[in-house]
Design a protein around this ligand. Sequence first.
Ligand SMILES: [Zn+2]
Length: 248
Amino acid sequence: MDLLHTIETKALVELQRMDIALDALKARAAAVPVKIAALADAFEAKKNSMSAAREALLALQGKKKNIELEIAEAEEDIRKHQRDLNAVKENNAFKALLSEIETCKNKKDELETQVLTVLEEIDRAAAEDAKLKAEVKQIESVKDSEVAALEAEKKEVEAASAAAAAQRAAAAAAITPELVEKYEGLRSKRAGLAVVLAHEDAHNGKFSCGGCHMGLTPQKMLDLKKHDTFAVCPDCRRWLYLERTVFG
Ligand SMILES: [Zn+2]
């Protein structure tokens, strides 16, 4: 089929325009859940890092408590040994107790140093925890308002899509059924584009297919200028037209 004669070129061009608009609306509606899922994922990831920071802080606080318990034990030991000192008569036992007390005091000093280090770590962990908590709150409010906007957009797009689909169905019903069938078959094989505008090169006046960009022969160029006619692209078989021929 080198060309397609039909008095319905204008109706088919308009049907194709409606289908392009309808496809775009459908794609927009389909993109909404994907965007919402991406927002939810980003939020979830942030929340997980917040939980990890919180756990690190709690672990450090537990560590501090344990060291403090050990300090209390060392203090208790020191008090006990000091009480024992009063009861001891023998010199060697007295020296042994003094040495024991010294060991306990050293241990206590060491534990107190550890507490200071842990306190610094707790300060840093608490700052990180507070920072992430604020970030999560911020991301959540941004996410919530974006999701609300997306859901509103989806509703609008779906309403527009339903109206466009009804308009498109009415337009298709007014065209010869066999022609609509051919058009739809071609459209499904050619990424939604069956009827395309031929591209005219402003410099050399040559034409090419607006769908696959294949250059057109002089015969095709003549076909394009005939009324009630689509030139058929030799490569992709799409129906080609010129604005001025169809609407001029
Ligand atoms: Zn083509």
